[in-house]
Design a binder for this molecule. Sequence first.
Ligand SMILES: [Zn+2]
Length: 201
Amino acid sequence: MANEILNSLLKEYEQKKLKSEIDLEKRKEELYTKIPKLKEIEDELNYSAIQIAKQILNNQDSSLITSLQNKIDNLKKQKQNILKSENIEPNYLEPYYECALCKDTGYIKDNYSQSQMCSCLKQKLLDNAFNKSNMTNLNNQNFEKFNELIFSNKVEFEKYKRNISPRDNIINIKNRCEAFIDNFDNPNHKNLLFTGNTGLR
Ligand SMILES: [Zn+2]
């Protein structure tokens, strides 16, 4: 089950990533029609990147690699200057990822180059567990909304097999719960266990 949830979340991530890349292509297309110089710069950037890769693979002269790197830096600066002069945000030609940390892949590399789950994916898994726990309605279902008056103050031993009224009983339960919360950090404080017939709450 946990795996199914993870897999379906990862599928969502793939879709998100794909969408941000398609959106980027649309933005590029529109902007390049308007400012063809940007398209030229992009083509030259791509070409230079391929040249660098080739030089590195062939173990060529490092001064050539440095000069190509300088060229790339220069092209990037030119691109940023054009964007600035057009009042366009600097990252307009980058994909807009929902999570900049993992670029919507759900995973990041740690200091040892090991793949780690990104905090956004961990949060999604937690949210999922939280939704299943019936705790999503905390705005309405909390101690501030607690009203003991809806419980009868009549002791009915025959019905409830208890010598206290349902109202006193629920007040006791509430006090126990509050004590549990107040002592949540105390390792010596006992846990709470709710029991009852299926469907009771
Ligand atoms: Zn992330």
